[in-house]
Design a protein around this ligand. Sequence first.
Ligand code: C5P
Length: 389
Amino acid sequence: MAAAEQDVVKVLCGKAKDVTFFKDHIEILFSDRITANNKEKADILPKKGYYNCEISKLLFNVLESFDVSTHMKQLVCVPEGEGIMCAKSLNMIPLEVIVRNLACGSFCKRYGIKNKTILAQPIVEFCVKDDDLGDPFISEDVAVALEYATKLQIRQVKYLALRVNEILKTYFTLRLLILVDFKLEFGVDGSSQIILADEISPDTIRVWSAVTGESHDKDVYRNSITFEPEKVIARYAEVLVRLKEDPVLENVHFNLTYPIVIFSGSESDNQIVEKVTFELKKYQFPFVSKVVSAHRNPEKLRKFVKQTQPDAKVYICIAGLSAALPGVVSAQVADLKIPVIAVPVASPPMNGMDALLSAVQMPPGVPNLVVGLNNGRNAAIAAIRILTV
Ligand code: C5P
């Protein structure tokens, strides 16, 4: 990549990658350096940079196809065989975000748990990105108190990390790989969007073969007494081969979780739905949206509400005229104590007064939270606030 030297703002050399900062982008060189246990072990593993860069590119592309924004710039020509990624400049959040599906590594030591214990639910942990301190574990409250991230950012990062996990776990399983745990890093762009950054490679994930149970990641290096570069690189290379496989995707269900569910009474409400989704996308909150009328399809609505449990944490219901949708959903989730935000829609002949009163005048004990007529944006903002208090 030819770039005039004077365009370079600075160069940072990390343990395994070198980052060159330009005015409007960065270039990440994935080196062949490999280290473990905070540099207690350090070696050169030929071709590791190439494999890590290729695997990261592939996985970032997969995630982008599921609307997860990554720092990778798509339209960049990288010379074949070089481990270089061109990426967006971000203001990095100085936290390492660890997601775990199975107990392994430091988690087992910390809690005295047997290796490979299946966790009842995936977990997200935070560590401070600081080699001198040994990347210590940090609670969400401490991270906010020390201003490493805002409470909203912590919540967004958690949702994104779990979403990345759901997507990658399924993607790996289909290729006979088990995604055990991994580390992510996030940054903030000029418009305050949280963007997935850094890399996702065998250096930063634990991945086992579903067939042999063997590790295909840095543990092969970390846990061996003698350094066998051929053995380590062969395991990395196999991850790339497997991830490039194209299994039949028919009937595959990506078990994605959606904390926000949007229901609208009719296709004619789509403009209001778009106001909601525009705002949610801006903050990268995962949502699912369905058109279903409480009056015309009460059974279908009941089924949808059931399907969205237990993941849904807030419902946004958009409806005009007698606007039963928010009230009916409120009634159905009253026992679960899940908030329902109603967006009354203005339509003739009463220009929304009908929908507004219908949404507001709920019986005591079964509240709708009502935003202004057609105000999808406020509904989205209110939902995000509910999820981040
Ligand atoms: O060491 P620990 O078990 O906490 O690591 C969990 C996951 O996060 C592993 O996949 C590991 O490779 C990754 N990790 C990382 N960089 C760190 C710490 C952990 O890539 N500094």
